[in-house]
Structure formats: C-alpha cells, structure tokens
Design a protein around this ligand. Sequence first.
Ligand SMILES: NC(=O)c1ccc[n+]([C@@H]2O[C@H](COP(=O)([O-])OP(=O)(O)OC[C@H]3O[C@@H](n4cnc5c(N)ncnc54)[C@H](O)[C@@H]3O)[C@@H](O)[C@H]2O)c1
Length: 435
Amino acid sequence: MDNAHSSRRTFVKSAAIAGGAALLNPTLGGAPARHDDRIRVGLIGCGGRGTGAAAQALAADKGVVIWAMADAFRDRLDSSLASLGKSESSDRVQVAAERQFIGVDAIDQVLPLVDVVLLCSTPSFRPAQLAKAVAAGKNIFCEKPVCVDSVGYQSVRESVRMAREKNLSLVSGFCWRSSSPERAMVGEIHGGRLGEVVGITATYLTSPLGTRPRQPGWSDFDFQLRNWQHFNWLSGDHLVEQAVHSIDKINWVMGGRHPVKCTALGSRFCREDKPEFGDIYDNFTVVYEYEHGPRATMIARQQPNCYNDNTDWITGTKGYGWINGWAPTHWIKDYSGQTLWAYPKDGPTPNMYQVEHDTLFKSIRDGRSINEGEFMADSCLMAIMGRMSAYTGRQVTWEEAATGSESLTPASLADPLPVGKVPHPGSAPTGSAAS
Ligand SMILES: NC(=O)c1ccc[n+]([C@@H]2O[C@H](COP(=O)([O-])OP(=O)(O)OC[C@H]3O[C@@H](n4cnc5c(N)ncnc54)[C@H](O)[C@@H]3O)[C@@H](O)[C@H]2O)c1
C-alpha cells in the first residue's frame, strides 16, 4: 500500500514550527546562492495540473530544472515523470530517484533541495504546504483553491504576509487573471466603461469530475484522496474547488472589495449513490451582497447531460458586459445595444497557464517579487462562505467566515475514516455557520 497515510497532524504541526527561519537571497528569494543560473524547481502534487505546471515552468525559463517531485502516491509521481520525460525539455527534467518523495508530508524533503515550489496537490493540504514553503524562503506557484475552510484561510493570510515580508514571489493559479481578453475587459470595467458595477451573474455549469473505484489494499484515506474532488474536507466541495475560478473573476471585477454577506442554496440529487461520489453537493447558487447595493450571483452545477456554461454577465450603470472565456467572447454594450468595446477577434490570446509561469520566473530573474496572495486567499474565502451558507441554510457574513473556527480536517486519518453526512440546510445547530 502507498504511504499516503503518514501523519497529517505531524505535517500541520511541523508547518507551524517551521516559521521564520529562511535566509534571503536577492535573486532567488531565499534559495542558497549558487554559481550557475539554474533554477531548481520542486513539484508537489504530480497529477494533471502539477504535470502541466511543471511543463510550463520548463517553457518559461531555459534555466529551469525540474529537480525534485513529491506525491502522496508512487504511481502518480511515476506517470507525471514519464510524461515530463517525453516533453521537449526532457533534458531539464532531472529528478533522480533520491529526489522522488512519497507521502502527504513529502514536501518536507523537497523544500531544502529547490529554489521554487509548485504547489499543485489536493487543496486541503495547501495552507500547511504554503506555510512551509514560505518559512523555507521559496518562491511559489500556488494552485487554487489555496484553502477550504476558515482556519486554512487564516493560515494562508499569515503566509501571504510573511511572503511579502521576505520578498518572495507568490503567483496564484487563478489563471483567468493571466488571460489577455479577461485582463483587457476588466481593465475597461475598472476604467469606467460600463459605469459603476451594480450586479454580476456568473455561471459554472459542467459535468461531474472523474472517480476511481476502491481497490483492494486501499485504506479509507487512500480511497478518499484518490477521489479527493468529491470529499468536502479535501476539496471544499465543487463551489470551492472549481467554481472558485468564477468567484475570483467576481472578486477581480469588484476590485477586491469583500462582500458583506451571502445567502446560498445548494443540494445533491444527481450524484449516483456510489461511495466515490463522497459527500459533496452537485449544485449551488450563492448571492453575494456588497455594501451600498451591488450583488453578485454565482450559479454552479456539476450534473451530467445538462447544459454547460461558464460565463460572467456584468451589469453597470451605463452598460453591461459579457465574458465567455470558453468561446472566447468579451464585449461591453450600452443599453441601446450599441457595442462600446469588444476584445478584437485577432487580439492576442497567449496560453494563460504559460503566462502565469512566465510571470513567476521573470520576477525571480529580475529580482522583483510579486505577491498575488491577498486575492488568492480572499476569492477562496468567498467560495467558502457560500458553501457554509448553502450547507446550513443561513446567511453568512464575511467577518464570521474570515474569523471563524471552521476546520474540515479530520482529527485522525487512520481507518475507519468516516465519510461526512451530506449536509441538510436548516438542520445545522444554530450559532456559527463555521461550526
Ligand atoms: N487552474 C486551473 O485551471 C486548474 C485546473 C485543474 C486543477 N487545478 C487545481 O490543481 C490542483 C490539483 O488538481 P489536479 O487536477 O492535478 O488533481 P490530481 O488528482 O490529478 O492531482 C493531485 C495530486 O496531488 C497528490 N497529492 C495529494 N495530497 C498530496 C500531498 N499532501 N503531497 C503531495 N501530493 C499530494 C495526489 O496524489 C495527486 O496525484 C487542485 O487544487 C485543482 O483545483 C487547477
């Protein structure tokens, strides 16, 4: 059996203890100075996204070397390494056997060996991994979501603050922020093209993600981790894991203003009754309320054989705008229907995932750190408060989500690891929505 089980509690504890020890280097943000221009990269979480991120890191800078890798499971690391070994830059994939690490706290062995880490594992582990990476003085690419509960959010905000203090680069996986049409459109909105934003409706309607039936020899933890998207404590539910991309666009368009509160609906009625579908909902609708009137609505669904849509409709005092990133189509009209602005059909559309890494490695080379941590954390908290509201049936304020004590991490990962009961709105105890 794979060693995915090793102690999550040790992991969290050592992240907390690790704080504050790194040395700073002006060019590599704390990595030991060397006499070559290689940037040694460690990949944490060798799944689909992690493998993609490693390939993008290689493409971003000729000095990048993939130097160490960690995954909870041996087979995931092996397949990622095999895939990177077939890439154009395979000569810079130099992960010798002694730099391949297995287990949920394998990041500990990677950090001393590298200059940059790509945090691409299962979301629940990210706050502790981020804390460790910052404490070790590494530059970081951090996939979304960066946290799944209030306690994780608080930890991430502290790590973000420390990363800024240490001059580390921290680039987020909220990839739409690196997409040229979205950047141009949000720039137009912030420039006042459609007046004051008074409402946003965003959709993320798609099919369920894949599952892995239980295999002989798997512990409960192995089984849940293999199907992590479907377990609330690991993913934060699909509002936090997937629709958070659209919530981040809402946060971006609103200029980082926090909603004061939200009210949400959600339920689960299309997930087949198989254990690998875990405990998450299959639909959410969240209404976010901002001070002085604006509202934003997020509608998210993961159900098969239904209409799919991933768009953002932005209403302003002078006009309205439409973002369809999948099409892609981006425009702003006034209320007579006249087009005020549209992203040119032949406008540049560089791969947004590549742009993220180009930005990160350029910042490292230039010695000018960038830190995207605040919006990265806040967009996740918006999603978390939406889930809290849907699960409980209560209105949830920003304040209670941000300062609450909700922690989804089980006390022990040993068998038996019971699956959470699918929440029933209105039946949660009164008091904090975070409980
Ligand atoms: N920005 C995007 O567009 C985008 C797209 C896909 C996924 N993602 C995000 O990327 C992350 C990974 O998603 P994925 O699709 O690659 O999933 P995946 O299941 O393919 O990969 C995750 C990997 O992390 C490993 N892992 C789990 N816990 C670990 C730990 N503590 N240490 C090391 N490895 C661990 C798993 O074994 C697995 O191999 C998720 O947070 C997901 O939301 C972002």
